[in-house]
Write a protein that binds this ligand. Structure first.
Ligand code: ADP
Length: 428
């Protein structure tokens, strides 16, 4: 038993012993004992009353005149209160610092509860989204920011989205939602207006420069054709003119692809929804590539007659680029298979070849502009380095995706997947 309890019980025993002695000397023992117990009870109740007042934080109550067990109890309560005060002060200080630092952030931060209601937001959220502290705390965020891309992102997650600013028509905001705890989330909103404008001017510059190059190249190509056909041309000019012609054609192909890529990058929103008869399109493309004697065999496997709702030129460009790559990077003894299938989740086109393959570390990079696995090997075969970048962008505009698998020396497989809402099943 702890010493303080031994001492408290000893005191009670002594108190009762005094009552017994006085009862023995003066008689009426039970009165003496009852009196002693009543006094002890009164003292205990008085201490309890003081303790209750101390716990309620009242001033003027406490240790005065207290000894033994009660002194220790009061001491402990006092030290708990001092600690709690210190902790409260520390948390208040921390909270102030968090408020000040989040207030100084350029990015908006909004805390949402599991029902997507706003719990808290910083100063930047007032500036970027026009939120109002007096009205908007407790409101659902999708009632205040109503852009469909944002709502779809809130519901389905996925890649962060960029939306127009609700307070400034020209502004663009990048939104990212970070879930935490049990259903809460932190929404971070960044002003990307400047980056968007820079990106747009870079795209415009490339598109304009490409357009400007088109006419002079056409003129040069025309003159070179005429010179090549000139009967009086001295024989030593035959080779240089042929080479100039090839290089001009390469530049023209590059300019055309740059224009196509800029057009895809700058078109806002989803691709159109024209009916694209994929099986027919693939048949024509296969015939084009199967005709050349230096090409590998091109096989078409049509497992579906589904059509697509999309932009016909873009869909054609996707398949043409994949097929042209497969043929270019496969020996004439190899084989290229292009297949088309569909199910309730959508449709997919796979172009597989038994060609040179792509090293594993290069696979994630092949859709970058001008990326070539081996800069020497794409060029002589007529590539521009833009084909797969065009495929990726054209697919994105159709809500689709590209997946690539390849084994070096064995072949590659490129699969384009189109979402179900773009697929039209025909003939039942
Ligand atoms: P390129 O005009 O150079 O073909 P692409 O963007 O179409 O440009 O392709 C980028 C690079 O990816 C190519 O240079 C090549 O290294 C690699 N690649 C693309 N398709 C294939 C394929 N079917 N087999 C092997 N390598 C490929």
């Amino acid at each position: 038993m702890p010493a303080r309890w031994v001492s408290a019980l000893t005191r009670l025993a002594l108190w009762l012993a005094v009552a017994v002695v006085l009862g023995g000397v003066f008689g009426a023992m039970s009165w003496w004992l009852s009196g002693a117990l009543a006094l002890y009870l009164a003292y205990t109740l008085n201490r309890l009353y003081h303790l209750d007042q101390v716990l309620q934080g009242r001033k003027g109550y406490g240790l005065a005149g207290t000894t033994g067990l009660w002194a220790e109890l009061f001491g402990r309560v006092d030290s708990f209160q001092v600690k709690a005060k210190r902790r409260k002060k520390k948390y208040n200080q921390l909270l102030r610092e968090i408020r000040e630092s989040t207030g100084a952030l350029h990015d908006a931060g909004i805390i949402l509860n599991p029902d997507r209601e706003i719990v808290w937001f910083n100063k930047a959220a007032v500036r970027l989204l026009g939120l109002d502290r007096s009205k908007d705390v407790g409101q659902r965020i999708d009632n205040l920011v109503r852009h469909p891309d944002f709502i779809a992102y809130l519901e389905a997650g996925g890649e962060p989205v960029t939306i127009p600013s609700p307070v400034d028509g020209e502004g663009r905001l990048a939104v990212q939602v970070i879930p935490y705890g049990s259903g809460q989330s932190l929404t971070i909103i960044q002003d990307v207006t400047r980056q968007t404008l820079l990106e747009r001017s870079r795209r415009d510059f490339v598109a304009n420069a490409s357009h400007e190059l088109r006419s002079p190249l056409t003129v040069i190509s025309g003159y070179l054709d005429a010179m090549a056909e000139e009967p009086e041309l001295q024989p030593q000019w035959g080779k240089p003119i042929g080479e100039m012609n090839r290089q001009t054609e390469r530049m023209m192909a590059l300019v055309e692809e740059l224009i196509e890529l800029s057009r895809l990058e700058s078109s806002e929103g989803d691709a159109e929804r024209e009916l694209v008869k994929v099986p027919e399109l693939l048949r024509i493309l296969c015939q084009e590539y199967d005709a050349s004697p230096d090409s590998p065999a091109v096989k078409l496997e049509l497992e579906s007659d589904a059509a697509l709702l999309g932009n016909e030129a873009a869909v054609q460009s996707i398949f043409r680029n994949l097929l042209s790559n497969a043929v270019r990077f496969t020996a004439s003894t190899g084989e290229v298979v292009i297949s088309w299938r569909s199910d309730s989740d959508g449709a997919e086109c796979t172009v597989s070849d038994t060609g040179i393959g792509i090293p594993e570390e290069a696979i994630p990079r092949v859709t970058e502009r001008f990326f070539r696995v081996d800069p020497g090997r794409g060029r002589p075969a007529g590539g521009t380095g833009l084909g797969l970048a065009i495929v990726k962008h054209a697919l994105q505009r159709h809500g689709g995706s590209l997946s690539i698998s390849s084994t070096l020396g064995e072949g590659s497989s490129f699969t384009c997947r189109f979402p179900a809402d773009r697929v039209v099943h025909r003939g039942g």
